[in-house]
Design a protein around this ligand. Sequence first.
Ligand code: AGP
Length: 610
Amino acid sequence: MCGIVGYIGHREAVPDILKGLKALEYRGYDSAGLAVLSHEEGKVKCVRSVGRVSALESKLRENKDLSGTIGIAHTRWATHGAPTLKNTHPHFDRKREIFVVHNGIIENYREIREILEREGHKFTSETDTEVVVHLMRSFLDDGHTHKEAFLKTLSMIKGAYGLALMIRSDPETIYVARHSSPLVIGKGEGENFIASDPSALVHKTGNVIYLKDGEVAEVGREDIRITDLSDVPAEHEVVELERDLKQVQKGKFEHFMLKEINEGADVIRSACRGRLRVKDKAVNFGGLRDVRNELLKIKRIIIVSCGTSYYAGLAGKYIFEEIAGIPTEVEQASEFRYRKRAFIPQTAVLAISQSGETADTLAAVRVAKDSGILTLGLVNVVGSTIARETDAGVYNHAGPEISVASTKAYLSQITILTLMSCYLSERRDQEVLDLMEAIDSLPKKIEEVLSRSKDLEVLADKYHKYDNFFYIGRKYGYPTALEGALKLKEISYIHAEGYSAGEMKHGPIALVDGNFPTLAICLNNGVFEKMRSNIEEIKARKGPVLVLSNEGEGGMNDLADDVFHIPRVPEPLEPILSMVPLQLFAYYIGVKRGVDVDRPRNLAKSVTVE
Ligand code: AGP
């Protein structure tokens, strides 16, 4: 939920650190700060500011003498303590010798703080992170070496951390450590980089080391020494980054969100590339090859995920059960991880995560692994923790998704879930073959819908002033309703509720009046008539209704206030095609309401805290 960056080398640290911070702003943007160690004066300059990295940049322009070739920085999503200057990282001790940036949550910080305050330490912030500074201070004052003090500090703290620490008297080393919060080290020529994720350093190096949980690194200009918490050297490998991280630009689009919505067709193609062979009636996943035999015996699938990925999982449930005939549960990872589970044999847990770093989903994977259950990942970010910790998995290859609101990843997730259902099923009857054909031709239908984006902008103009919204659907329209409502909530701050349409009469319809519009997913499928009744019930109570329907569905025009048509597809693909207009609708409403749609308030792209 926060982003940390570090540089140690032979060049000025600030430019690369700032560039890295900007790349990580999607992880949190409540406040930002950096600390640079200047050799000449042998002191550390620290500049911090509330708000976006741009505010820090403005402050840096007033601090011309910020020079040095080693530095650390942080962009914050507030967990403990309001987004104020005193809570902004880096945190440092009263002697201004120890500087720390942290991503994660130290769960036992209160107890540690009480002990340290009793020993006379003066805290200046409300953050959990500050205990690291004072523990280091305490151990250094006891005569321990820098590394000993760092290891002792880490042995005291419980919870999640990605940490980078600099010591004024040690201009040759940045100390880093990782537990549950991601941290990568980028290897350069005579210089090295640290970041919460590779997007912050890919502009300088494609060679990274993913630090593992419980590992500590001393990062110098040349050497990188990685050990465990007992200072025993740890094996590590340098991996080559996917080069497409370099192409993360908005291009002709005003926002990353609009760019990524417009990549919807391409991500379907990427999801299918090398996997779907319609002529051979085959689907193949290289990433599942090693567990193929085990998968063919699977009797139950449990999907664990959060947010938009959870709604993709909900659609996946319907698809797995309809196409592969495998009983499938979908669980919010944040709940799954706490429930006493009774797993039945031949169960597979499938974790869906765009970032591959969501703490709750990672925790759910670990619960499943500890129970001896086969774990699979459906992940977009290559090399991410969930991708590495699951037994096998499939990458979306959707390219970096920068906007906080997940859009193209959702389309890719459901596409791959549909392909997986064909992969797991022996069925090659006409329904399945038609489905494969339909997946193959889906990108063109998405492009057709995208070509009518302006119609969604017109509808957004009409509906953007409402403060409440219902989204309702049945069967495959139900996850669509939930995800459509989440998009509107996230991007416009309108109170949008997704509901299964059948539930409306059991209470929610009490809210309907002329100021409470409903978006109804009413496609020409087995639940069309039931959805039509829902619309009539809402109209009878003067509720404005915007309907998502299929072309050629005449009758809707005389019933609804507004209709947006999409091409027909087999029902399992409806959640994909239906979402494109809903994403655009939310986007245009957010823009019309003046929201920074790529960085909505209170949110972050990757929720690496629990
Ligand atoms: C989606 O628009 C949200 N930003 C959020 O719900 C997100 O889907 C959720 O945090 C899960 O993220 P993940 O897919 O990276 O695990």
